[in-house]
Design a protein around this ligand. Structure first.
Ligand code: SF4
Ligand SMILES: [Zn+2]
Length: 367
């Protein structure tokens, strides 16, 4: 497939030039207010150093928009080292939260562990490291929810049983990058490497495990993959949210595309053949989804207003970003605001189909 050849070539080239970073510098964490399953609280975001996503490092070249491997060692790491860095980060974040909390009643805390790939793949995070990390969290009363990410192929009933034998009745969420409900978009524009059936199988395993455990699922939805118009991006994100709800996913997190270094999306962006979505597009999606879909939905705002991220104009970028962050916390609609740039967005959405050639794309527009 052309997309795999290209992503592989771009990835290999980028990796060959990538400066080696010290493993100690790869681990990091921060926290912020968030909406937990149990209501308002705080989330700790913790980046765990790993060798890297097996899909990105394999022959396929990985997903067209992702460069999380820049946060990875690209070589094996000892389990003890992963656990040591995890301990360092969780201790730092917890100290900061306690300091901020002062004497007030502590908020419930969720921890989101980012392994820059699949936490449930033992080749990325060894079972020893996984068990020890979960054991640490099981013994922390303030931590109420544990959230990890995984591709569907690593979600296995035995693995879920192992996890809950350690964490007991704590809530555990597995987030899966579905990106689009459309198999051809996922295969041809994202190079995700799994189909809807694979995703549905993973969700059914999670839903079956709900009989015994406090387990939840979340789907990541990519807003505006490559070779997609603004209008198609809106439609695809809304359709994907509807699909997720229909098969029993618990939450949705929209990820508007930003331009990661060393990716196919970056190559197209540099050639003028791709732009990230408008922030208006993300507002339209979130309002439509919150009006029509009952499960909670979140819009990731990282990169908003930056050169490589979703962009409106200097006048409204910041206000809208702030409104979206607020609306994620209370799941409200985003109120109508106006700005000069809105008409430009509206006409782009309206005429995007007219501007599009009816000839099917045979080659990616890179020359
Ligand atoms: S999006 Fe996920 S599966 Fe795809 S390359 Fe990145 S880490 Fe791997
Ligand atoms: Zn504007």
């Amino acid at each position: 497939m052309e997309i795999q050849k290209l992503t592989k070539e771009i990835r290999d080239n980028f990796i060959s030039k990538q400066k080696k970073r010290k493993v100690d510098d790869l681990a990091t964490s921060w926290f912020q207010d968030d909406l937990l399953y149990s209501g308002s609280g705080k989330s700790i975001f913790l980046i765990l150093p790993t060798p890297g996503c097996a899909w990105a490092l394999g022959e396929s070249g990985g997903c067209s928009m992702c460069s999380y491997i820049t946060d990875c060692t690209l070589e094996p790491i000892e389990s003890e080292k992963i656990v040591k860095l995890f301990k360092r980060e969780i201790t730092t974040s917890m100290e900061k939260i306690r300091l901020e909390n002062d004497d007030s009643t502590p908020s419930p805390i969720a921890i989101k562990i980012f392994a820059s790939g699949s936490f449930l793949n033992p080749m990325e995070v060894s079972k020893d490291a996984r068990d020890e990390i979960l054991d640490i969290l099981a013994n922390m009363d303030e931590i109420k929810e544990i959230i990890v990410e995984s591709r569907p192929e690593y979600i296995k009933s035995e693995v879920l049983n192992e996890i809950f034998s350690i964490i007991g009745d704590k809530l555990f969420e597995v987030s899966i990058g579905l990106e689009s409900e459309n198999d051809s978009i996922r295969e041809e524009k994202i190079n995700k490497g799994f189909n809807k059936k694979d995703f549905e199988l993973a969700i059914s395993k999670i839903n079956k495990a709900k009989n015994n455990y406090s387990i939840k699922s979340k789907a990541y939805v990519l807003v505006k993959p490559i070779l997609t118009t603004e209008k198609e991006a809106i439609e695809d994100a809304i359709n994907t949210a509807k699909y997720c709800e229909s098969i029993g996913v618990d939450r949705i997190s929209f990820c508007p595309a930003t331009i990661h270094k060393g990716t196919l999306i970056e190559r197209l962006w540099r050639k003028g053949a791709y732009t990230p979505p408008w922030i208006w597009t993300t507002v339209e999606i979130i309002n439509e989804v919150r009006k029509n879909i009952a499960i909670p939905s979140f819009m990731d705002t990282s990169g908003f207003g930056s050169r490589r991220g979703p962009y409106n104009c200097k006048k409204c970028n910041k206000d809208l970003k702030h409104m979206i962050i607020q609306s994620n916390l209370n799941q409200s609609l985003i109120e109508e605001i106006d700005c000069k740039c809105k008409n430009q967005w509206k006409s782009e959405v309206k005429f995007s189909d007219l501007n599009k050639s009816k000839t099917p794309i045979k080659h990616l527009p890179l020359i």
